[in-house]
Structure formats: C-alpha cells, structure tokens
Design a protein around this ligand. Structure first.
Ligand SMILES: NC(=O)c1ccc[n+]([C@@H]2O[C@H](COP(=O)([O-])OP(=O)(O)OC[C@H]3O[C@@H](n4cnc5c(N)ncnc54)[C@H](OP(=O)(O)O)[C@@H]3O)[C@@H](O)[C@H]2O)c1
Length: 254
C-alpha cells in the first residue's frame, strides 16, 4: 500500500483491446511507468521481434468479448481495469453492423463495468481503495463522429457510466478522446502514442474526466453533459443497494 502511495503505477492494470492502436500504446506507457500490465484481447499475445527494446506485455488473456471464469478470476486480482476495446462500423447501417457495434461498444463494456463494480463492493477496504475503473467513451458522446451507430453506442455507454459512477465503490475515470489514427479511424490527426501519454499524464494528476482533443467545444460540452446526466440520475433514480450493504443491514438489525 505504501508503495502505491509513492508510485500510483505500481499496481496491476488490465487493458481491453490491448492489440489495438490505443490499447497497445497504453500498455507500453503503463509498463514504462512501472505498472504490471495485463493485456485482454481477442488475439494471441504479440511476439516481440528480436532486438526490439520494448518489453513484451507481462501478462495476456485471450477473450471473446464475453465474461467467462478466467476473466472473472483475473479481474479480481487487478487494481485498475481500462475498458478500451471498441469498433466503428463507419459507413454501414445494416442490422449486422448495428448488432455488432452495440455488442462490442455497449453490452460487453457494460458487462465488464458491472462485474468490476460488483467485485469491488465485495473486496476488503485495503484492496478496494486501490481499485480504479477507466472507460474509453470517446468524443462521440458529445459531438458528431460521422458514424451514427458508433455515436449511439458511445453516448449510451457514457450516460450509463454516469449513473453507475453515482454509487461506484471505486475511482471511475472517463476517457473522452478526439480522433486519432488507428484501425478504427485511419484519418485521425493525433497519434495513438500521443493520446496514450496525455491520458496517463492526466490520470497521474488524478483527473476523473480525461479529455484529449483539439476541439475546444469538447472541454465545455463533456463536463456539461456529464453534470446534466448526473443531476437527472440523482433526481429520478434511487441509490443502488449492494448485496454487501443488504447483508450488513440484515446483520445489524436486532
Ligand atoms: N481512433 C479514434 O479516433 C478514437 C477516438 C475516440 C475514441 N476511440 C476509442 O478508442 C478505443 C480504442 O480504439 P482504437 O482507435 O485504438 O482502434 P483499434 O486500433 O481498432 O483498437 C480497437 C480494439 O478493440 C478490440 N475489439 C474490436 N472489436 C471488438 C469486439 N467485437 N469485441 C471485443 N474487442 C474488440 C480489438 O482489440 P483486440 O484484437 O486486442 O481484442 C481492436 O484492436 C475504442 O473504444 C474507440 O472507440 C477511438
């Protein structure tokens, strides 16, 4: 615990979409800062070419986008989970594109968020204080992404995340990123390496809303949208009661 106070990166960090442009840049940046990195990916662990100075990522879990026992067991052991995976169907609007995009960007991300928060509630205090959930929602939450299905998936993810953050038992950081070059967006003006370094710098300053964008409107609209969603959620929904809280109440009742 003392070690983590001196260096916020001394824990175990799992990153989904680890073989993608941002995922691999985040893994490298985290590892350089001293974190133990676990890549979660649909692909096998990358082989580091001989003579390459980069260390291979320390640990790797192959998943199919769904929760299974191996993923559950792994997430219990990590301090930080970065939900980063995603797809963009670009110009498509067919039923398959809608189903695949909602499944990857919204349903599987929500499954992971739910699991991580449930696990965190059940952990002892000394483990819980180090748990952090990072979710990559995208600037598409508050602006056009020239891909309506992608926008819907990321906006819904962001709105639900705001609700879930109201009762979260751990730190929740939201990554709101402008366009960068990757498999998902070949035309982005920023590089994934630049974006990853800015994310890690801003997280080290303990920012919960991490915005990396050249669009000044995003710095105004993202906090505004989050604030409005949070107010709406507080006014119209009840706090979540966890099983742990219910058990405590039950045990305390005479
Ligand atoms: N590029 C941009 O302009 C931009 C802007 C704002 C936000 N973002 C967000 O940044 C995140 C990373 O994207 P990227 O730009 O780095 O694109 P990328 O290089 O295509 O990486 C995305 C990764 O997500 C994983 N993935 C794809 N389909 C999946 C599925 N159906 N189920 C589970 N995982 C899947 C894949 O990694 P594995 O093969 O390792 O599983 C893929 O490499 C995404 O959430 C994206 O929405 C991107």
């Amino acid at each position: 615990m003392e070690e983590r106070r001196r260096n916020p990166w001394s824990g175990r960090v799992a990153v989904t979409g680890a073989s993608g442009a941002l995922g691999s840049a985040l893994c490298k940046g985290l590892q350089r800062r001293g974190a133990t990195v676990i890549g979660i990916s649909r692909s096998p662990a990358p082989q580091t070419p001989q003579g390459d100075e980069d260390d291979p990522i320390q640990d790797w879990l192959v998943w199919n986008g769904h929760i299974d026992a191996a993923l559950e067991a792994l997430l219990l052991t990590v301090d930080v989970l970065v939900i980063n995976h995603g797809v963009n169907p670009l110009g498509r609007r067919d039923a398959k594109a809608i189903a695949e995009t909602l499944q990857a960007n919204l349903v599987s991300a929500q499954d992971l968020i739910g699991l991580f928060l449930r696990q965190t509630h059940q952990l002892p205090d000394q483990r819980r204080v180090h748990r952090e959930l990072w979710v990559n929602t995208s600037e598409a939450e508050v602006g056009p992404a020239f891909s309506p299905i992608y926008e819907v998936s990321k906006r819904s993810l962001g709105t639900l995340l705001t609700l879930q953050s109201l009762d979260a038992p751990c730190i929740v950081r939201r990554l709101v990123l402008g366009p960068f070059r990757s498999g998902l967006n070949p035309y982005g003006p920023m590089s994934a390496g630049f974006v990853a370094e800015r994310i890690l710098d801003l997280a080290a300053w303990d920012l919960r809303l991490i915005i990396v964008s050249f669009n000044p409107c995003t710095y105004l609209l993202a906090p505004l949208a989050m604030g409005m969603d949070a107010l709406y959620g507080r006014l119209c929904t009840r706090p979540t009661t966890t099983n742990t809280q219910l058990n405590n109440k039950f045990n305390a009742d005479p």
